[in-house]
Write a protein that binds this ligand. Structure first.
Ligand code: 6PG
Length: 252
């Protein structure tokens, strides 16, 4: 594993997705212990997509993690039925939630049973408010948010072509991607993501090399992934060699 400060960002490069996932699990365990000691709970938001699947499967083998004190939210969801292949919660249930002993009240999905995406966003926002009110009655401050990155620079379901989202006071919003092949979405907003204690980007594969280079190197990029700058929290990029292949790295 290579660890470098790359244009002031903390970057870790791993041989492959398995080594990346093992590191992410160690980080998860460390942050979870710290959060539970401080607030009695560990609150995390997880993305969909393909990249995190290996991590989720490995996490499901970690039976000694304090799942009873871990609250799992979604960073975003496609507005499709749970049974649909594209449903993020369905993927997360298959790869992680259905394999660990976590109380169902600790699982916070974005429901897609509502008549409209807006109703789902409102319901999810109510769940976020209620959870963080129970904890410490503050604006949502996730202990950890995992994020993927699309080759257009989107993250969660914050797309470059979506309406300006940086300033919203909402915690969760609906997004209608211009690319109509992508479904209606519900997503955490950028202010919520940027209020997290820790944000960890995961990217793997040569197809991510270009966007990773752009997001890490551009000073004033307006790409959603480049706008993720936690105000006080930590931000780290976990990359495999493919995703890091266009970066000019020297071992530290
Ligand atoms: C989603 C994700 C999305 C994902 C990126 C990367 O709902 O699709 O939340 O933001 O993280 O599109 O996806 P891959 O991991 O499949 O490359």
């Amino acid at each position: 594993m290579i660890n470098v400060h790359y244009k002031n960002k903390e970057v870790f490069v791993f041989k492959d997705i398995n080594e990346l996932a093992d590191f992410a699990i160690a980080k998860w365990a460390e942050l979870s212990e710290k959060a539970i000691r401080a607030r009695g709970a560990f609150t995390v938001a997880l993305p969909g997509g393909r990249t995190p699947v290996v991590l989720y499967r490995k996490l499901s083998d970690e039976k000694t993690l304090p799942w009873d004190k871990t609250h799992i939210f979604m960073t975003d969801e496609r507005f499709v039925p749970y049974e649909a292949e594209e449903n993020n919660f369905h993927m997360l249930s298959r790869t992680l939630l259905g394999r660990i002993n976590i109380p169902k009240e600790n699982i916070h999905s974005i429901s897609t049973k509502e008549a409209m995406p807006l109703a789902s966003a409102v319901k999810y926002e109510e769940d976020l408010i209620a959870h963080f009110r129970r904890l410490d009655n503050k604006y949502p401050e996730f202990d950890l948010i995992l994020l993927g990155i699309g080759d257009d620079g989107h993250t969660a379901s914050l797309f470059p072509d979506a309406s300006p989202f940086a300033k919203t006071r909402h915690l969760a919003i609906t997004v209608s991607p211009k690319d109509k092949t992508k479904k209606e979405r519900i997503t955490l907003t950028l202010p919520v993501i940027n209020n997290a204690e820790n944000v960890m980007f995961l990217a793997a594969g040569n197809d991510k090399a270009g966007i990773i280079k752009e997001v890490l190197e551009a000073e004033d990029s307006l790409l959603p992934a480049a706008l993720v700058r936690p105000k006080k929290g930590g931000l780290i990029f976990l990359l495999d060699e493919g995703a890091a292949s266009l970066l000019s790295l020297q071992r530290r």
